[in-house]
Write a protein that binds this ligand. Structure first.
Ligand code: 2P0
Length: 335
């Protein structure tokens, strides 16, 4: 097998992206990607990355391919560093062929680093012959990209902040079929952001609202967990919207400030608030970009989509329900 010459096992993993209801913005430890605070998310059914990995002594170097685009040099280095972590853990030296494919456009406002590093972690660990418990897989994925750890467990997921690497892992709070929550993503801008989340969050501590956010976040985690337990949608939505606004207050007031919203973002937010006043239970959350995730229950999705059709400045919409976490498949991306 691997390390003794010849080809290893080819393994393929599928991992979903996720949308955070309590956000990750700021780290305690840059290198290990230990977050300043815990976060809570939902895996997204229709936004997945599929990755096939094979280690072989016949490969002269790592090759890393994206089927519908290309990785930048920085992205390639980050993936290779992750393969090194897996090789070190498995005690092998073979190079790998990695082929990866996203089911969603890079520009839609869903981060592919979460699904990407979750799929890469699962596929490469399996291809290297490692059999790791889920907790350890989430820790490895986290070191690749923080939010990737939340894409490994099933459904609604919590990432514990922890103080040390082994304490900062993700676990499922509720399975994907627990509650029919929908994320209707309103795409208002498809250009990629100039400042990455990794770089942007390095300056989070310069915001005067940073301490306040950190002080409040544990309370929000307790409240949103209770709202999930009780399936109390208006409480759930109120807290996730509060947390989004708290994170964006930090982003907008850190030095230098990060202004991710545009005119259409503001218009969408105001309309979500109006629709809610008019009786449609919908709340918004926004990541490091201008696109708006409208969160509703399955029963209200149709009415929400009809309402979104009346908005100006909308380029497309993408509907996702809650999904299982990362898993292995027998269908490979190359033979
Ligand atoms: C989140 N974001 O909780 C927040 C909301 C962006 C805004 O997780 O440096 O790409 O690789 O750990 O995981 C984006 O951060 O950053 C993110 P790294 P990552 O979803």
């Amino acid at each position: 097998m691997c390390g003794r010459g010849g080809k290893g096992m080819k393994k393929t993993a599928i991992a979903p992206a996720n949308i955070a209801f309590i956000k990750y913005w700021g780290k305690k430890n840059e290198e290990l990607r230990i977050p300043a605070n815990a976060s809570i998310s939902m895996n997204l059914l229709g936004a997945v990355t599929t990755t096939t990995v094979e280690f072989s002594s016949s490969y002269p170097k790592d090759t890393i391919e994206l089927t519908d685009g290309s990785f930048s040099d920085g992205e390639t280095r980050r993936i290779t560093a992750h393969l090194d972590r897996i090789r070190q853990k498995a005690g092998i030296r073979d190079f790998a062929r990695v082929v990866t494919k996203n089911s969603f456009p890079k520009s839609a406002g869903i981060a592919s680093s979460a699904s990407g590093f979750a799929a890469l972690t699962l596929a490469s660990a399996a291809a290297a012959g490692l059999s790791l418990p889920q907790k350890e897989l989430t820790i490895l994925a986290r070191i690749g990209s923080g939010s990737a750890c939340r894409s490994i467990p099933d459904g609604f997921v919590k990432w514990e902040s922890g103080e040390k690497s082994e304490e900062s892992y993700a676990h499922s709070l509720f399975p994907h079929d627990y509650w029919d929550i929908r994320d209707v993503l309103v795409v208002v801008d498809q250009t990629s952001k100039k400042i990455s989340s990794s770089d942007g969050m390095k300056k989070a501590g310069t915001s005067p609202f940073w301490q306040e956010r950190q002080r409040d976040i544990e309370k929000r985690i307790i409240q949103i967990t209770k709202a999930l337990e009780e399936k109390n949608f208006s409480e759930f939505g109120t807290i996730l919207e509060d947390d989004c606004l708290s994170m964006h207050s930090v982003m907008m007031t850190q030095n230098p400030p990060l202004m991710y919203w545009n005119e259409a973002t503001g218009n969408c937010i105001r309309n979500v608030q109006k629709w809610r006043k008019d009786g449609l239970p919908v709340f918004f959350t926004i990541d490091a970009g201008p696109n708006v995730h409208c969160i509703c229950e399955g029963k209200d999705e149709k009415q929400l989509i009809d309402a979104i059709k009346t908005l100006s400045g909308v380029q497309s919409t993408l509907v996702n329900s809650c999904s299982q976490g990362a898993h292995i498949t027998n269908t490979h991306l190359y033979q």
